[in-house]
Design a protein around this ligand. Structure first.
Ligand code: ADP
Length: 491
């Protein structure tokens, strides 16, 4: 502990020093010297004699701050002592041998008092900073904040709530909260806050000062004193008018969509019915036509007649295949698609399809020699649809590639061509049924369900189908057939 003793009488100084032998005491003889020292060094406490040459102890006191000071007085100077305390001395002691004995105790007490005073000052400073901080948060908050006392009267009404309700702070302070909404609502809020301690996002309608209704949400919680007694409550209001309007609009939209959806379902039903009837009615006359053509083929005919019959037969078979596609669509729609399983030799099926389609283009084949267990009819449909498109959209001097790779867990097949290709904007949609690409080159060809059927088949067996295409350069369609669960059937 470092002390500064200001005492001009050497005997007194010696006496005091001997009382404080455990402490580090520096001695100076005048107030002026004392001031100089404390400007150079720091001390824990100053002992200053009242009677000094130059400035006396009280004058010295008034020039010092931030260090505890004890005044030393002569006998019978109570009045000076009182004055010293008024000027900020922490204590005083009369210079008599007996009384000086309590000096160490007084010093310790003063230093402790000083420590407590410093702590209190710091706390007060922190508190006031926190309060300022809180005040600025409350006033900057975009949410309306209202604090009420235990009797329900408003004690804080921030800027946002003033803007929300139209009432000024002066108009709101001291009134029972709830003058801008229904009494019943207030009762309900109060009751719930009392029961649950807090409420979150209650919806209510605020009536502003100029009689406008606003949708708002309120969250509130009880403010409690240390002993647990309710000291009031804090409520936070938010303007949700736009959200509520949006909700209304969405609800309306949703119900319109619902209606639209129902209408679409109705139409879909009608369409399926129509397709069912149409395909049935088309197929009925087709079956005898094809049957009789077959019979005719085995009879004697002139070359000319046989040529005519061939034309009729080609067209009848094409019509039959279109009807087949329609039937397939109905089957997909009704969810009645089932996978059959049989052993299928892939190069064999590819060969068969190519023979049927009889392409004019050059065919490049790289087909793995594998047999898998799958739905022959559906696989054949996929290959057929992809290949007939490749043939349809590729000039006769172009090339068509067929590749089937065994990738272990799956088989990856692709059909590529050097034909007209597909516009980038159409690519995401071409697997949709009846999608009509705005494409003068393909506009008039086909029913636009081949790729849809291919996709439905591939997805049914858990594979993927996709296309890569560059307009004017050609397209490659890929699809996969998972083989993992059937790997035992691979040869
Ligand atoms: P479509 O009967 O019209 O061929 P698809 O469903 O088989 O019906 O094909 C849908 C559309 O995708 C076609 O109209 C065409 O625009 C495009 N397309 C399909 N395959 C090819 C291809 N190999 N080259 C270019 N365009 C193709």
């Amino acid at each position: 502990m470092k002390l500064l003793l200001i005492e001009d009488d050497p005997d007194h100084a010696e006496l005091i020093r001997s009382t404080l032998k455990d402490m580090d005491v520096e001695l100076v003889c005048s107030g002026e010297e004392g001031l100089k020292r404390i400007s150079e060094k720091s001390y824990d406490l100053i002992l200053v004699d009242y009677r000094l040459p130059g400035m006396n102890g009280i004058e010295f006191l008034s020039k010092v701050s931030g260090i505890p000071v004890i005044l030393l007085t002569g006998m019978g100077s109570e009045e000076i002592a009182v004055q010293a305390l008024k000027h900020g001395a922490y204590d005083y002691v009369t210079k008599s041998f007996n009384l000086l004995q309590k000096l160490p105790l007084l010093i310790n007490q003063s230093i402790e008092k000083h420590r407590i005073k410093k702590e209190k000052e710091l706390l007060e400073k922190n508190l006031s900073e926190t309060k300022n901080y809180l005040d600025s948060i409350i006033s900057a908050s975009a949410d309306g904040i209202v604090v009420t006392a235990a009797d329900g009267r408003v004690v804080l009404f921030n800027k946002a709530v003033q803007e929300l309700t139209g009432y000024t702070q002066e108009e709101a302070m001291g009134r029972v909260e709830g003058f801008y909404f229904d009494d019943e609502v207030l009762k309900k809020i109060n009751k719930d806050v009392e029961i649950y301690g807090k409420i979150t996002n209650y919806r209510l309608r605020i009536l502003t000062k100029n009689k406008k209704l606003i949708h708002a949400s309120v969250s509130a919680s009880l403010l409690k004193e240390r002993e647990g007694r309710a000291a009031g409550s804090v409520r936070v209001y938010r303007d949700i008018t736009r959200e509520v309007e949006m909700e209304h609009r969405l609800t309306k939209l949703y119900s319109e969509m619902q209606q639209g959806h129902e209408k679409l379902q109705e139409l879909d039903k009608l369409k399926t019915n129509f397709l069912r009837i149409a395909s049935h009615e088309l197929r009925s006359p087709l079956t005898p036509i094809i049957g009789y053509l077959d019979l005719l083929n085995s009879t004697e005919m002139s070359g000319k007649q046989r040529k005519y019959i061939e034309v009729i037969e080609r067209n009848a078979l094409e019509l039959n295949s279109l009807v087949g596609d329609l039937v397939e669509i109905i089957r997909i729609d009704s969810g009645r698609m089932r996978l059959e399983r049989e052993r299928v030799h892939i190069p064999g099926i590819v060969k068969e399809i190519l023979e049927n389609l009889n392409p004019m283009q050059k065919i490049i084949r790289n087909v793995a020699d594998i047999t898998i267990e799958t739905d022959r009819r559906k696989l054949s449909q996929v290959f057929s649809n992809l290949l007939s498109n490749a043939i349809k959209y590729t000039p006769e001097n172009g090339e068509i590639g067929i590749e089937v790779l065994n990738r272990g867990k799956e088989i990856e097949a692709s059909v590529s061509d050097t034909g007209i290709g597909i516009e980038e904007k159409d690519i995401p949609f071409i697997f949709e049924r009846f999608y009509m690409a705005d494409d003068p080159l393909t506009r008039k060809q086909g029913l636009r369900i081949g790729l849809f059927i291919a996709k439905s088949n591939v997805e049914l067996w858990g594979g993927k189908i996709w296309v890569e295409s560059i307009r004017g350069r050609g397209s490659t369609f890929y699809f996969t057939i998972p083989t993992a669960p059937l790997s035992h059937s691979l040869r």
